[in-house]
Design a protein around this ligand. Sequence first.
Ligand SMILES: Cc1cc2nc3c(=O)[nH]c(=O)nc-3n(C[C@H](O)[C@H](O)[C@H](O)COP(=O)(O)OP(=O)(O)OC[C@H]3O[C@@H](n4cnc5c(N)ncnc54)[C@H](O)[C@@H]3O)c2cc1C
Length: 273
Amino acid sequence: MKPAIFDHLHPTTTQDALKALAMGGKAMGGGQSLGPMLNLRLARPDSVVGLSAIPGMTDIREERGKIILGAGVTHARIEDNDCAIDLPPMLRHVARGIAYRAVRNRGTVGGSIAHADPAADWISAMTALDAELVLQDGAGKQRRIAVAGFMLGAYRTQLAPGEIITSVEIRSQMRDAHWGYYKICRKVGEFADAIGALVIHPSSRFIRLVAGATGAQPLILTQLGAEIAASAQRPREQAIRDALGTNLPGLDPVKLHLMTTALDRCIQKVIPA
Ligand SMILES: Cc1cc2nc3c(=O)[nH]c(=O)nc-3n(C[C@H](O)[C@H](O)[C@H](O)COP(=O)(O)OP(=O)(O)OC[C@H]3O[C@@H](n4cnc5c(N)ncnc54)[C@H](O)[C@@H]3O)c2cc1C
């Protein structure tokens, strides 16, 4: 199908972008998810508001102990470390596993998180890395929100109407974190059937174990993470299965097996046998 007619705008200020959104526009990062939605006429906005010409949106910089990724930074730039600072290795690994290069050339980190596909990579990876989002609304008000908790369910987030994500921020110390990220999918680069992500930063005693591709928001396994931190041992597979079963009752047995395996393998990367 072809999309319904829309104007294609390229504002150069956040204010102009937010004004266009308030008048029935739809934000566009890389268009990799929005494009199909327009084609299928699931989205019929008056205008598509490209965000990439807004200063800061495509910046990657480090300030005040934080790595700041503009929301319009593409997966490919993260994969290539195409910036003046060293990105945490986990970010580069996750970016490399998203789709294929043509999608990574256009798709953006902010667009992926805003879209909130449960099987997508950034929402789980950024939850594990304890990332924060900076959001801006039409009244010029900025707010910060943790990625953990930002997603409310499949394709549902805490983003208010007319609000955009301007950046994603990660503590610089995450560059030194021990991490494991394991994605199970049918073919390399596809959306995930299961995701396991573990981040440990020993000196700040930060640990986060995340199960992604749950069908809804990523699940933080707090208790199991604390047990790993206390014992420095890999949990038995049955303990992972039990933790998932308790937190996600009624999970399909195949999905439970995939998620258990993804978690077990991401933990193995940090705590080898
Ligand atoms: C064939 C294919 C395979 C893929 N495989 C994977 C995969 O393996 N893993 C994975 O994680 N993803 C995958 N994707 C999705 C891809 O990563 C997209 O890039 C991503 O979902 C959307 O990013 P985008 O920048 O293209 O957003 P867009 O398509 O431009 O926008 C998506 C949604 O977010 C909103 N939006 C965009 N930017 C902002 C912003 N800054 N603030 C507020 N709202 C915003 C838009 O209005 C829209 O509702 C795949 C996509 C395709 C086409």
